[in-house]
Design a protein around this ligand. Structure first.
Ligand code: ZN
Length: 330
């Protein structure tokens, strides 16, 4: 088959035409969010999205976190910002105060020793202290009960918040909610009324020319749960509560009103995925701990995502491993 060479249209010299088509190819490869003048775009921010670290004293998890941070900082093209996607510690929902403190101390100390890049965080289900009262010994009246401990340990301004940096607007969501009465340890994923109201107002307040990146712990949208066969799978597809946002339809319809919403990043499922709906890309970006520090999870390596943001509202997101070799199971 004869493939014709690319010929520049009238008015373009060959060099700038090839540069432009290369830029278009890159934009398509990235899930193409902008076709303005791709050859002239400038990168304004490089982000490392790390998620699902599940720090604990066992399984060399502290060394694993240190190794990931060292890898990120030794990149020749070093990120300007780390977005930490939740589940910093392991199971604090059902751990005692002492055990929870040990884990948060590891997180804080490893970051202090190994990281010099600014970090912004969101809350994962494992970061919530005491919701399973039987096992944690919490009463619910402690001042650091629930999400408060994580908010303090991570230095968050609130359980959900937004900020603008390098011409991009970032929205951090807190989708983890109790599924039943607080105390039984169950969790679901949706935006509570107060947060949804704030989210709508925040989206509306952003200039239409400012690109928006949203990140949450639990994916707003994901097809991954339907690829995981479960014993309960029947003719009806069964998705376990809390694996994806139960209000995905509400959120997607809201986001679709804003062409400047470019990407939604998440973790929680320890797998890697990209879905596009109505021009919005949903990236589930694996896990730093892979399969909870026991090796790969369902074939997905321990890793993080590098996200390059450009001044024309386009971006690129790719998953990278950091070469971690898990401790062999005992
Ligand atoms: Zn999680």
């Amino acid at each position: 088959m004869h493939i014709p060479a690319l010929t520049p249209p009238q008015g373009f010299d060959r060099r700038s035409f090839l540069k432009m088509t290369g830029g278009l190819a890159a934009a398509f490869a990235a899930g193409g969010t902008s076709f303005g003048k791709p050859s002239e775009r400038n990168r304004v921010l490089r982000v490392a999205h790390i998620t699902d670290i599940h720090v604990q004293p066992e399984r060399r998890a502290p060394e694993g976190l240190a190794s990931c941070l060292k890898h990120i900082q030794s990149l020749q093209d070093k990120p300007d910002l780390i977005l930490s996607g939740g589940d910093h510690v392991m199971d604090s929902v059902r751990q005692t105060r002492d055990r929870t403190k040990t884990q948060w101390d590891i997180w804080t100390n490893v970051l202090k020793a190994e990281n010099s890049i600014p970090v912004k965080s969101c809350i994962g289900n494992h970061d919530i202290w005491g919701w399973e009262k039987d096992k944690s010994g919490a009463t619910g009246n402690e001042p650091d009960f629930g999400k408060k401990w994580a908010i303090d340990a991570l230095g968050l301004p609130n359980r959900y918040y937004s900020f603008t940096q390098a011409g991009w607007h970032f929205i951090t969501l807190d989708g983890v909610q109790p599924a039943g009465p607080v105390g039984d340890g169950s969790h679901s994923a949706y935006l509570d009324e107060e947060q949804l109201d704030w989210f709508k107002r925040d989206l509306a307040s952003v200039p239409k020319t400012t690109p928006i990146l949203i990140w949450s712990h639990v994916p707003i949208v994901s097809a991954l749960p339907i690829t995981n066969p479960r014993p309960t799978l029947t003719g009806n597809i069964y998705i376990e509560e809390g694996h994806v946002h139960s209000d995905a339809g509400v959120i997607v319809n809201e986001l679709a009103q804003y062409p400047n919403v470019k990407a939604c990043l998440s973790g929680h499922l320890h797998q890697v995925e990209q879905i596009e709906i109505k021009g919005i890309n949903f990236h589930c970006n694996g896990a730093v701990c892979g399969g909870w520090w026991k090796g790969k999870n369902r074939g997905f390596d321990e890793g993080f995502a590098l996200v390059d943001l450009y001044d024309d509202g386009s971006y690129e997101c790719r998953y990278e491993t950091y070469g971690w070799v898990a401790e062999p199971p005992k």
